[in-house]
Design a protein around this ligand. Sequence first.
Ligand SMILES: Nc1ncnc2c1ncn2[C@@H]1O[C@H](COP(=O)(O)OP(=O)(O)O)[C@@H](O)[C@H]1O
Ligand SMILES: [Mg+2]
Length: 269
Amino acid sequence: MIEVKDIKYAYTKEDVALKGVSFTIPENSWVSIIGHNGSGKSTISKLIVGLIEAQSGEIYVDDIKLDQKTANDIRKKVGIVFQNPDNQFVGVDVEHDIAFGLENFQIEHDKMHELVKEFATKVGMIDKLTREPHSLSGGEKQRVAIAGILSLNQKYVILDEATSMLDPEGVEDVVKLIEILRKDYNKTIITITHDLKLASHSDNVIVLKDGKVILNGTPEEVFKEEEILKSSNLTLPFTLELYNNFLHDEYLSNNKELNDILWELHLQR
Ligand SMILES: Nc1ncnc2c1ncn2[C@@H]1O[C@H](COP(=O)(O)OP(=O)(O)O)[C@@H](O)[C@H]1O
Ligand SMILES: [Mg+2]
């Protein structure tokens, strides 16, 4: 479990990014953190992986308080994939890219080879191990980056806008991958996104606005709050608008079966 308790963070006196943020990420869950540009999403992810240090508040990862002494151990538990996979490529080919993090963790060669193959297969890149990273599509690059993170066997994986450069099919691939990670690998996933449809698939959604949590609940609960979401510049996809319009009607909103069907429709479209 990750616990974020009343975190405040300012880059400078003027640039206050987080104004007292608290939330919990339960074990083996998929939580999305959403919010418009500048709402503080990336700052929170950098804090959780210990890249920056909060001015006040606490972060606990599996009951260990994050501080300078524990940061290294916590980094072994929490991995992060960023928005632009190009910035994360270092190797001459896909194989070396997936292996890069493992090299840093000083994994022995045979074991490393095995892990690279396992995770390249998992993300559907096993046939492309010798390809140059720059010749890949956006979705393939992101899958390579994800394989690299997965191979490190960290319990928590943060995807910070990792799908924002992907086409709808690429996003769908990542959704499927996330489901596999939770079921087969027992991971806890945090997606940071402004894609409300992606967030709809998660167990919980946390909405940030101007450095504060304004909503926190299941996707169904959070996406009902149309006015609040719109006031934070989050646009609802058409299928969500449709779902919400049905909820406005008293008769329809009491029809649970119909509600479920519409929610499914939203997830699939
Ligand atoms: N390196 C930085 N220096 C100064 N201000 C920053 C820096 N990075 C982010 N900020 C500011 O902190 C706030 C939150 O940014 P960020 O966490 O990147 O938001 P998001 O990821 O939601 O777009 C914004 O107002 C942004 O301008
Ligand atoms: Mg960001």
